[in-house]
Structures are given as structure tokens and as C-alpha cells.
Design a protein around this ligand. Structure first.
Ligand code: GLU
Length: 500
């Protein structure tokens, strides 16, 4: 039996879910699901920054979490024992915690002005030592401080950090780190109006929500000693920490919108990735079951996920592996699952003004599955494959060039195949395959030479499903019509070439 674990993902909703954050969310979710009935995954929205945390941004973030399939046991829309799960609605908790710290004298009011702090900072710089708040207001008599605050004097609230000690952060991934309290200084926990700063709200919530493991990016490691001090001051147990390696781009640089073509989950959803493949791909950015296995189902990830195998060093995104994992997942799906996923992508993510909008709807998703499930690495590739079914028929520039190059052989092939298809007793896939392969024997040409002109004439493009599948889907009349028109086109192109 595993011990109960309660983990959380605590995003600040800025609209898009960065792949690094998504990976943190995923590891929390996998860790909770690995613990089965003993595991709880909490989603808490850290929306204290009112300017960026708009309702639209929150909704957009929730939409992406839902898409990614990381269902939460407690959080927005799933009330639990520690509701509300929006920090903007938890002000009374922070006030109560701050009152507690005032009562125990673990915090004090600091009236230092910006000018005074700037001077301290400049002095530190001149002496080439890191700036740490001097603690000037530490020993102001409490009654005086209260009176000044009540008179409306600007101030902040600082934690009285124990002097002369070292704060140790135990971490499941990176091991122990030691931080000298003298270098942390008495840091600010709240503003004059009692509104909490990030470290304070985060600790109050994690303590109240009984979080056992804090799993997050290691860009937060420098906050952690301050948080440990806050847990102690509030009299709470300190949770276990697991700081995850940063997710980097393939070039080793910090993942960013500007540098990397895909930096958010939303972009993957738009490109037609399957949620389970994204879960699989992201799980491997910083963790591995055995150092080799790549394609895994979500059930396998849940079974094997373990914080002790999370890498310490930073983890690079490999978009090639992600795409190939996606292709594996798509091909392995039951056709009906594939079709549902494709329909969901098409209807929920493909923009209405996308040039592929019409091609994406030219056949039912179940037909698309039959035609291209084997061929496409993402659902985003599907419409391009289906474009040959659109009317009126058009030929792409590239196909047109390559079609013209088939020359006299091309005309011979079409002259041969048109009557063969006209006479075919039943227009089945098997009969078509046999007829097309038979044509290569009859004409004593390599299959490639025979299939190319037929493919260009029938599909008008370089990207299409298999040849007999394409012809079968178009049906006899439309296929013959295109073959005949193609033959004319080829003859005309040859005549033009002679004239030129
Ligand atoms: N709101 C913080 C963030 O988005 C949460 C950090 C944490 O997980 O403690 O970075």
C-alpha cells in the first residue's frame, strides 16, 4: 500500500500553457495517479496578478488542461474540502495566516522607503556583496509600528528570518541544498493592505490543502528556502520537494515562443497532436522508464512513473521524437478512436479561416481513418491528404510539373489503363490493385513508372492516400473523367514542348 499523496499544479493563468509548465502538471498528475486511490491531484489557480489573470485567460488555461486530459480531483469546477481553488478568492486565509504571524512576532512592519532601500542596495554593490535587507525595522517597538501603520504610513510586512542559521531544502530530485539565512534576509511576505506575495500565498495554500509533495520547475528552487522558513513559522510540516529540470528547446536554449516553433500545448493541439501522445512525449522530457522505451500508453506511464528517475540535468525537447511518438499513437488507435480524435481536432481546433477547412470536411472522419490513418503523423496532416477529393479538380504546380515529365510513357500508361478501368467488372480495392499491378506487367514498365502518371492524373497532387485507395474512393466515373482529362493535358504538354 502506498502512503496518501496530495499534489498540486498551481499555474498563474496567462492564457497559454507553456510546455515546461505542462510537463510539471503532467508529472504531478502521473505521481498522483500512480498512487491510485491514495493519490489526489489538485489544480489551484494562482490568479493574484489581476492584470494578467483575466477570466478569458483562466478559461483558456482550463480548456488546455481538459484537452491534455489531466483531470483534477479538486479544483475549478470540482469543488473539494479546500475550496475555493482560486487564490483571488482566498484572501481571508492569507489575512488569518498573517495575523497568526503577527501574534507570534514572526513578521514585522517595515517602513523603509524606496530611497532608503536603494541606498542599501548601492552600498552593497559598492562593497561587491549581494544586497540583503539590513533589518533596520526589525526591532521597532510593535506599538509604534502599529500606530504608524494605522496612521496610513506606507510599509510592507517582512518575515523575521532566524539569524545565524542555515536552511536546508531536501529535494527528491536534486538532493539537499543549503541556504544561509543571512543571505536570504528578512524578505517581504505581504503588502501594507495585507495582500500576500507569491511565496506567502503559495505556502499558506499548500499547507491548508495538505500538499505532501511540491513538484515544480527548478526555476523555483531559489524560492524554496524562504517557503521552508514560512512553513516553520506557521507551524506546518514541510512538504517533500521535487524540482524538475528545465525544459529546453532542441538547441539547448530556454524554451521560448520566439526561438522555437512549438512552445505551448495549444500549438500542439492546433497542429493535430493526440493528447495521449503529448502526455507520452512530455513525460520523456526529463524522465525515462528505462533509458530506451519511447512510445508508451498513459496507463504504462502511470504504472512506471517515479520521481526518483527524474533527471537532474536540464531536459531538451526533441520535436522529431514527439512527432514520431504521435504517429505511433495515431496508427495504433482503433479506427473509431482515430476518427473521433480527428473530428474533435477538426471541429474544435482547426481555425474556420484555415485554407484546409473544406478539405478537412470532404469525407466523414471514419472514411478519413480508412484512407490515411496509416500515413499521417498528426491529424493536422490529414486535410492535405484529402484534398484530392475536392471538386472542381485542380492540379498543384509541383504535381503538374512532375506529371508533364512522365511524357510519352505517361500517355502510354493512361491509354492502357483507361479501357482497363472501364471494363473492370467490379470496382473493388482488390480488383483495382490487381489491375494496376497487371498494367506494369503488360506494359513492361516498373510499377513506379506506371503509378506516377495515374496518381498525378487522378489526385492532382504529390500528397494523397494510396493509389488504389484514392481511385476507389473517387469511384469509377470521377476517376475515369480525371484520367481522360489528364491524358489530354499530357498530350497538350508534349505538343507544347515540341513547339518550344
Ligand atoms: N504560480 C506559480 C507558477 O506558475 C506556482 C509555482 C509552484 O508550483 O509553486 O510558477
Amino acid at each position: 500500500m502506498t502512503a496518501p499523496v496530495r499534489v498540486r499544479f498551481a499555474p498563474s493563468p496567462t492564457g497559454t500553457l507553456h510546455l515546461g509548465s505542462a510537463r510539471s502538471a503532467l508529472y504531478n498528475w502521473l505521481f498522483a495517479r500512480h498512487a491510485g486511490a491514495e493519490g489526489t491531484y489538485v489544480l489551484r489557480i494562482e490568479d493574484t496578478d489581476a492584470a494578467r489573470s483575466t477570466p478569458e485567460n483562466v478559461e483558456q488555461a482550463l480548456r488546455v488542461f481538459r484537452w491534455l486530459g489531466l483531470d483534477w480531483d479538486e479544483g475549478p469546477g470540482v469543488e473539494g474540502p479546500h475550496a475555493p481553488y482560486f487564490q483571488s478568492q482566498r484572501g481571508d486565509r492569507y489575512t488569518a495566516a498573517l495575523d497568526q504571524l503577527f501574534a507570534s512576532q514572526d513578521v514585522y512592519r517595515c517602513f523603509c522607503t524606496k530611497e532608503e532601500l536603494d541606498a542599501e542596495r548601492a552600498a552593497a554593490q559598492a562593497e561587491k556583496r549581494p544586497f540583503v535587507y539590513s533589518g533596520r525595522c526589525r526591532d521597532l517597538p510593535v506599538a509604534d509600528a502599529v500606530a504608524r501603520a494605522e496612521a496610513g504610513e506606507a510599509h510592507v510586512v517582512r518575515l523575521r528570518v532566524p539569524e545565524g542559521e542555515v536552511t536546508v531544502v531536501h529535494d527528491v530530485v536534486v538532493g539537499d541544498s543549503e541556504f544561509e539565512n543571512a543571505l536570504l534576509g528578512d524578505f517581504v511576505v505581504a503588502r501594507a493592505d495585507g495582500s500576500p506575495l507569491y511565496n506567502f500565498a503559495n505556502v499558506v495554500d499548500d499547507a491548508e490543502m495538505r500538499i505532501t509533495h511540491v513538484i515544480r520547475g527548478n526555476d523555483h528552487l531559489s524560492n524554496t528556502p524562504r517557503q521552508v522558513l514560512l512553513y516553520r513559522a506557521l507551524g506546518h510540516d514541510v512538504p517533500a520537494f521535487a524540482h524538475l529540470p528545465m525544459v529546453l528547446g532542441p538547441d539547448g536554449a530556454k524554451l521560448s515562443k520566439r526561438r522555437h516553433h512549438t512552445s505551448t500545448v495549444e500549438q500542439l493541439a492546433l497542429a493535430g497532436y493526440a493528447p495521449e501522445a503529448v502526455r507520452n512525449g512530455l513525460a520523456l522530457v526529463g524522465w525515462s522508464k528505462d533509458g530506451e522505451t519511447t512510445t508508451m500508453s498513459t496507463a504504462e506511464l502511470v504504472e512506471h512513473f517515479d520521481l526518483t528517475r527524474v533527471k537532474k540535468s536540464s531536459a531538451q525537447m526533441d520535436y522529431g521524437i514527439l512527432a514520431s511518438i504521435n504517429g505511433d499513437h495515431l496508427r495504433a488507435m482503433e479506427p473509431v478512436t482515430w476518427a473521433d480524435g480527428y473530428a474533435a481536432w477538426r471541429d474544435e481546433w482547426l481555425p474556420a479561416d484555415d485554407p484546409h477547412h473544406e478539405a478537412a470536411r470532404v469525407v466523414e472522419p471514419s472514411v478519413a481513418a480508412r484512407l490515411v490513418q496509416e500515413k499521417c503523423a498528426t491529424w493536422g496532416e490529414v486535410p492535405e491528404y484529402l484534398g484530392f477529393l475536392l471538386e472542381p479538380f485542380t492540379m498543384s504546380e509541383e504535381a503538374s510539373k512532375r506529371f508533364a515529365k512522365t511524357g510519352d510513357d505517361g500517355v502510354r500508361v493512361l491509354d492502357h489503363i483507361i479501357p482497363v478501368l472501364e471494363a473492370l467488372p467490379s470496382f473493388t480495392l482488390e480488383a483495382l490493385e490487381a489491375a494496376l499491378r497487371g498494367a506494369a506487367d503488360d506494359l513492361e514498365l516498373k510499377p513506379g513508372k506506371v503509378f506516377a502518371p495515374i496518381r498525378f492524373a487522378v489526385t492532382g497532387r504529390t500528397i494523397a492516400p494510396g493509389l488504389w485507395e484514392s481511385i476507389h474512393e473517387l469511384g469509377r466515373d470521377r476517376s475515369l473523367e480525371r484520367l481522360r482529362a489528364g491524358r489530354e493535358r499530357l498530350v497538350a504538354a508534349a505538343a507544347e514542348a515540341v513547339e518550344a
